[in-house]
Write a new protein. Sequence first.
Length: 389
Amino acid sequence: MYNSMKRTLRPLYTLLLLLVGILTIRLVLHQNGSIQLKYEISPLQNPKKPVLNETLLRFAAIDIGEPRLKQEIEDLLEGNFRTRGRQRSFLSSGKYHIDVRLRTARGTPLQLRSPEFYRLWLSFRRYLGDWSRKRRFYSDTMSNLVNEVKFLIDEYNGKKGSKGLYKSCAVVGNSGILLKSDYGKLIDRHEAVIRLNNARIASFERNVGKKTNISFVNSNILHLCARREGCFCHPYGVNVPMVMYVCQPAHFLDYLVCNSSHKAPLIVTDPRFDVLCARIVKYYSLKRFVETTGKDVGEWGPAHEGANFHYSSGMQAIMLALGVCEKVSVFGFGKSKLARHHYHSNQNAELSLHDYEAEYDFYRDLMERPQVIPFVSEKFRFPPVVMYH
Ligand SMILES: *[C@@H]1O[C@H](CO)[C@@H](O)[C@H](O)[C@H]1NC(C)=O
Ligand SMILES: *[C@@H]1O[C@H](CO)[C@@H](O)[C@H](O)[C@H]1NC(C)=O
Ligand SMILES: *[C@@H]1O[C@H](CO)[C@@H](O)[C@H](O)[C@H]1NC(C)=O
């Protein structure tokens, strides 16, 4: 009797719960002494973060390159610029032997131990020290992008006080697949267009458009520009703001030299934003590694040049767009057997320090189920993302 009643009641109860969700009643005590009753119905099926695999999360949070980076920063702060075997440094050998190709804003080579170099050196130390201290994980860093990037750009464009996000953004990657479609006009119709690593647009306008609002680069690009007179680094025009992430701490010297000559803002990404991007890509790379190879997650490091592993510039440019735009369209990401690696060059090889496949997995989640993306604060709302192939 009791059992049969429970059976008939259960579906009814479930239905009721599904209809109303969970009713929360809150008593709100106001400062003036009045009491207000507040009802809140939270739907049962709110898209909460699913449970993610703890092992992968833990491994993704380990930065294998961290000790080496710390050492590199320490050496630089002490004035030791020797090349550390990775990439050639602009300071060729010994202490304070500065590459003559590094020029000041006025185009004169910087002299060793000149007062000018000494001033630069002091700012470099201060700036690098601040950056290094700030470089840690902070899940809510996406919410800072509007202030750190869009606000500065609006101010430069005379739109001070403009609130909110860009209505729509196009992130234009450099994949050769861009050449098979004429997306130029569609790209230019977005309120803000973000381009990558100074890829040439001249003679490709039909495919890639001609408008640029943010030029996103890695610091290797600026390092090359720093050798030119006046640090010319503007294929899209001198008024186009640049956003750059630093891939080698020594590049802060290039930044300081170039920042003083650039008219438009030259914004270095918040190191906490870099750490967030690194963790997300590593998570997807680990996940892909264990799923496709069946190997233990601990074997990921040797297989992916662990300490050199890095997200691609394109990935961070998309992350930036997620933080400053209401809608994001992505062009020129992905590959095809028939297409070149880059639309504007004959370089065919992909860099092995990136895991493009893992980044594509991340983009799929962005489009289809952003709630499963790890490490990003639940407060952050991902905008809709569309990828054009
Ligand atoms: C999480 O991933 C690791 C590594 O692939 C695997 O060994 C473990 O079984 C997974 N844990 C769960 C709860 O799925
Ligand atoms: C983007 O750039 C174009 C010209 O290149 C400019 O007309 C437009 O105002 C810029 N948009 C924003 C939001 O700054
Ligand atoms: C870079 O230049 C801008 C504009 O001139 C200036 O406000 C900013 O302080 C500079 N940054 C550094 C680190 O010198």
